[in-house]
Ligand binder design. Structure first.
Ligand SMILES: Cc1ncc(COP(=O)(O)O)c(C=O)c1O
Length: 368
């Protein structure tokens, strides 16, 4: 056998388009910057979490508890779940990647939806499997389309509920219908990163589905409502056999000691969560309505962000131009071309100043 001269990535790896995070800087000279590109919490982290992180930093020479037991207990108590079915990760991204690595291999297929969170595609390709896209209807996941995409090679289905970047969601009855029709050996991953923000009676994050099935995992994060994106903490609620498999492949100390303490305090600070959800509810409605009255179509969102569509007819008011116009004024939004929306921007619901600022800047932009 002839050997290559250099180490070769496994098949599929070089086909991956690397994930591009939201921008965090404005052009030079902009005095005040509002980062509205990564769905972070405009109220910041809970003051109790900040204090806990500072205290933990005093003891940084010690390895963390590899089982993250205090954090899992705080989650279990708050959400009324069995601690044995909870696992913590270095962001929910780590959980999504490891689940793919365990349950999907070369030649298999993994399904996600047309405008679904793009990390899924990266993880599927990363294990040498084939990403399969299920069409959406009205920018919302479509259960029939997902089911039609299932083949004997399907091993995993990712459903972001609510989805990023659309902010749309599936009622729990639809998620149940999806699960009921999936073969038992297909893992259904319900990515509920934005669950806390949803105020709809027909929505559930998926706890009951996980409890009653062997092939469903719910993933959650501290990055959004808890304002701890920089600390990188995600968690899952999963059947025992899936926890067992994950325990074998995860890094032994995947959640660091500072994150564990910040996470415990954040999970227990229910009033910070309530404030964050109330702030979002108020301004999500306001920004959506104001942009609508400027003539911009906004996809109805239940998350902490909105997808703003720009007029298709005239090149003067494209999403790319709006992005530049806003950035020059300190408002950093997110281009979503890679998600199939070349003429839209995603905006995180920000502070009152940020929200009012974006609305008035877009009003000027559309007049210009
Ligand atoms: C739908 C969805 N899932 C998962 C994540 C990843 O979150 P984490 O910071 O926990 O890795 C994000 C982050 O933007 C997201 O939008």
């Amino acid at each position: 056998m002839t050997r290559a001269a250099t180490p070769q990535p496994r098949p599929g790896v070089m086909d991956i388009d690397a994930y591009v995070p939201g921008k965090s800087a404005a052009p030079a000279g902009v005095a005040r910057v509002y980062k509205l590109s990564s769905n972070e919490n405009p109220l910041g982290a809970s003051p109790a979490a900040i204090e806990a992180a500072k205290a933990a930093a005093e003891r940084m020479e010690f390895y963390p508890d590899g089982a993250a037991m205090r954090l899992r207990q705080a989650i279990a108590e708050t959400h009324g779940l069995n601690v044995a079915n909870i696992m913590c990760f270095n962001g929910s991204d780590e959980a999504l990647a490891l689940l793919t690595r365990i349950y999907v291999g070369p030649g298999d297929e993994g399904i996600y939806t047309e405008h679904g969170f793009l990390a899924y595609k990266i993880y599927i390709q990363g294990v040498g499997a084939m990403p399969v896209v299920a069409k959406e209807s009205a920018e919302t996941a479509n259960v029939d389309a997902i089911l039609a995409a299932v083949t004997p090679r399907t091993k995993i289905v990712f459903l972001a509920n609510p989805n990023n970047p659309t902010g749309t969601y599936l009622p729990i009855d639809e998620v149940r219908r999806l699960h009921a029709a999936l073969p038992g050996d297909v893992l259904l991953v319900i990515d509920a990163a934005y669950a806390e923000f949803v105020r709809r009676n027909d929505y559930e994050a998926g706890v009951e589905l996980v409890s009653g099935a062997k092939n469903v995992v719910m993933t959650r994060t501290f990055s959004k409502v808890h304002g701890l994106g920089g600390a990188r903490i995600g968690w899952i609620f999963a059947p025992a056999a899936i926890v067992d498999a994950l325990e074998r492949v995860r890094d032994p100390f995947n959640v660091n000691a500072i994150a564990i303490e910040a996470g415990v305090a954040a999970m227990r600070d229910r009033s910070h969560v309530e404030r964050s959800v109330a702030h979002n509810g108020q301004w999500l409605g306001w920004v959506s309505a104001e942009l609508g009255s400027l003539g911009l179509r906004v996809t109805p969102s239940v998350g902490n962000f909105i997808l703003i569509h720009f007029p298709d007819d005239e090149a003067k008011h494209s999403a790319a131009q709006a992005d530049e116009y806003l950035a020059a004024r300190g408002f950093i939004l997110r281009r979503v071309t890679a998600y199939g929306f070349p003429n839209a921007l995603r905006m995180t619901i920000g502070s009152e100043d940020a929200n009012r600022g974006v609305v008035s800047a877009l009003a000027e932009f559309l007049k210009a």
